[in-house]
Ligand binder design. Structure first.
Ligand code: NAD
Length: 316
């Protein structure tokens, strides 16, 4: 109800209206997820366990699919062990995950969520293909952390006046780890229709999430606030204001968060953190968003955090 009220308060001129429309959330009978990494896998698993919809899970890499599904098995076993779900429910959810390396297998989804790496050209390419492959009623959502939704929507059409594809593009920006974090940011581009936005809000509620509405502005809400905080922590480390443990301890114990900023950066992925800081810096031309040199160096070294085995902490 709150989310719907907020949706209605967004400036009307900023939203396109289209007759080609996405269905309502109850009619989402099949979800597509593109990218089976940390975020995509989490989204697929939540859809299978909470909304109980079949999920076509696409990844360009067989290895990533295998790794993702092995991780899904581990999370489901943990849920069974902790009696959060029964073995039958876990088996049913697992059977709903249908892996593939073929993007064209998304030809029967009602809603698709893209979660490939934060590379603008890659997302634009995928959205131009999704607009062709997915049924015309399907909603095309992105999990981007920082790329303009308006720009992603624009990649679905060659004619800006034809909004039949761009009006069904929206962002459902889930938080990491998806099965745990309740928050999700719903961001509309300039072309996004009201029905698309409403359906995205309702579908995320079906996944057990609490949506917040944000405008299409660099970093949206969550990362506009979170990333400069993480970046500043890395600058404190690089300039010797404090060591790793002191930085994380004071924020953890002083602000009652589950982990400090450096550990959080490792969990998010340092490449993702750097990509978001670059967008904030370049899109606003504001020096307060300058990415830390040490963060750049860590990424250049291939030390990306938990996913690569080494970041500010060691995960080998
Ligand atoms: P990741 O690197 O863990 O996973 C990306 C997956 O996409 C990989 O499995 C890769 O094989 C696959 N992929 C690459 N190219 C592909 C293609 N052409 N087609 C299909 N699959 C392809 O990345 P992630 O951390 O899951 O991030 C995904 C998205 O979610 C990014 O846009 C990121 O900014 C956003 N995001 C990340 C976090 C986070 O904390 N990691 C939080 C919110 C949003």
């Amino acid at each position: 109800m709150l989310a719907r009220t907020l949706v209605q308060k967004l400036p009307i001129g900023a939203r396109a209206f289209s007759s080609t429309c996405a269905r309502n959330a109850a009619e989402v009978k099949r979800l597509g997820v593109v990218g089976a990494g940390q975020m995509g896998l989490g989204i697929a698993l939540v859809a299978a366990t909470k909304a109980r919809v079949p999920v076509t899970l696409v990844d360009a890499s067989e290895t990533s699919l295998d790794k993702g599904l092995a991780f899904a098995d581990k999370l489901l076993s943990k849920d069974v062990a902790k009696q959060r779900i029964t073995q039958d429910e876990a088996d049913a959810a697992r059977a709903l995950l249908q892996p593939t390396t073929i993007l064209e297998d998304l030809d029967s989804v009602d809603f698709v969520i893209e979660a490939v790496p934060e590379i603008p050209s890659l997302k634009f390419d995928i959205f131009s293909k999704l607009a062709e492959i997915c049924p015309k009623h399907a909603i095309l959502a992105t999990n981007t952390s920082s790329i303009s939704i308006t720009r992603i929507a624009a990649s679905t059409t060659k004619d800006p006046n034809d909004t039949s594809n761009s009006s069904r593009v929206v962002s459902t920006h889930f938080m990491n780890p998806v099965p745990v974090q309740k928050g999700v940011e719903i961001i509309s581009g300039l072309q996004t229709s009201q029905e698309t936005l409403d359906t995205a809000v309702e579908f995320c509620k079906k996944l057990g999430k609490i949506p917040s509405i944000s405008k299409d502005s660099p970093g949206f809400l969550a990362n506009r606030i979170l990333m400069p905080y993480i970046n500043e922590a890395i600058i404190c480390l690089e300039t010797g204001v404090g060591d790793r443990d002191s930085i994380d301890a004071i924020m953890k114990n002083g602000t009652n968060v589950p982990m400090g900023p450096l550990q959080l950066a490792d969990f998010i992925g340092l490449d993702t953190c750097l990509a978001i800081m670059k967008v904030l810096y370049e899109e606003t031309s504001d020096s307060k968003y300058r990415p830390s040199v040490h963060l750049r160096n860590m990424v250049d070294a291939g030390w990306l955090g938990k996913k690569s085995g080494k970041g500010f902490y060691d995960y080998q």
